[in-house]
Design a protein around this ligand. Structure first.
Ligand code: ATP
Length: 280
């Protein structure tokens, strides 16, 4: 397969550095990759500790999906090493997960910057919407920070390629109930409209400086609350107009929710207004 060839790289061109974190399949390291043109690129290297063919295939399926994506706010795949030990090599996002970044920088981040992060995530999702692709796991833990003014959507693992049944079995405790649309909780239905719901929750996390949505509830109580009309409250830093937009993302009926392209239009305008108010 063509796109497969294009991303096959040699282990000799990769120097592995320190551990960045623990992924679902194994450790993630930083490192440097020497490209065919001799350029040295800082990378993140995902490893897989299980060598069984079945697990390796699932591990590599995330890379298989990312091969076809090209967007300024989606983490870029550099290449894969398909012989044991299998590695996925991606561009390095120096500042790590958005969730931890928000906690660290909470006293200096402005409303305009928080709106910008939401806008950038939304642009990435509008791009996926155009490709008829569903992400299913939109949360600040899956957004990485490239620089103080740029975030990217990462982590196309798990949720997409593992079939529904297995996703459920493999990760009952990992299922992100508090981020999920009612139809996803009730019927395991995942569509662009359920991604819009999740985006609303991810934007709520961003404006709340990475508080956990519904931290005051047990997973099992969430669906009852949603069905009786309860929604996440307005975070202090969230502009009222943006909050009413988030509430539209949380319409019970999937077709009543806005599309990502509509959300991009609205958030661009909000970001512009916030910048003006901050006098920049
Ligand atoms: P999970 O499903 O639990 O999120 P995963 O297999 O998807 O696990 P990641 O969360 O993507 O793994 O990676 C684990 C950690 O490695 C992350 O918390 C993050 O800190 C770091 N990491 C992953 N990718 C990158 C990257 N491209 N740049 C910088 N850090 C990264």
């Amino acid at each position: 397969e063509d796109s497969g060839e294009k991303h096959r790289i040699s282990r000799d061109d990769v120097v592995v550095g320190r551990i960045l974190g623990e992924g679902f399949f194994g450790e993630v390291h930083d490192g440097v990759y020497k490209s065919p043109t001799g350029e040295r690129i800082c990378v993140a290297i995902k490893t897989c500790k299980d060598f069984s063919a079945e697990v390796k295939e699932k591990f590599l399926s995330e890379a298989g999906l990312m091969k076809n994506l090209d967007h300024p706010h989606i983490v870029r795949l550099i290449g894969v090493i398909e012989v044991d030990p299998v590695w996925i090599v991606m561009e390095l996002l120096e500042h790590g997960e958005l969730g931890s970044y928000l906690l660290q920088e909470q006293y200096i981040l402005t409303t305009a910057t928080l709106t910008l992060y939401c806008l950038q995530i939304c642009k990435a999702l509008a791009y996926l919407e155009g490709l008829n692709m569903v992400h299913r796991d939109i949360a600040v833990r899956n957004v990485l920070v490239a620089s103080p003014g740029c975030v990217k959507l990462g982590d196309f693992g798990l949720s997409r390629y593992v079939d529904e049944q297995e996703y459920y079995k493999a990760s009952v405790s990992r299922l992100p109930i508090k981020w999920m649309a009612p139809e996803s909780i009730n019927f395991r239905r995942f569509t662009t409209a359920s991604d819009v719901w999740m985006f609303g929750v991810c934007a709520w996390e961003t404006f709340s400086m990475a508080q956990q949505p519904f931290f005051w509830l047990e997973n099992g109580q969430v669906i009852n609350q949603l069905e009786s009309g309860v929604r996440l409250p307005k975070p202090q830093q969230c502009p009222p107009t943006v909050y009413s937009l988030l509430c539209r993302c949380w319409a019970y009926e999937p077709h009543a929710r806005p599309s990502f392209s509509q959300l991009v239009c609205f958030l661009s305008e909000s970001h512009r207004m916030e910048l003006e108010q901050e006098g920049r």
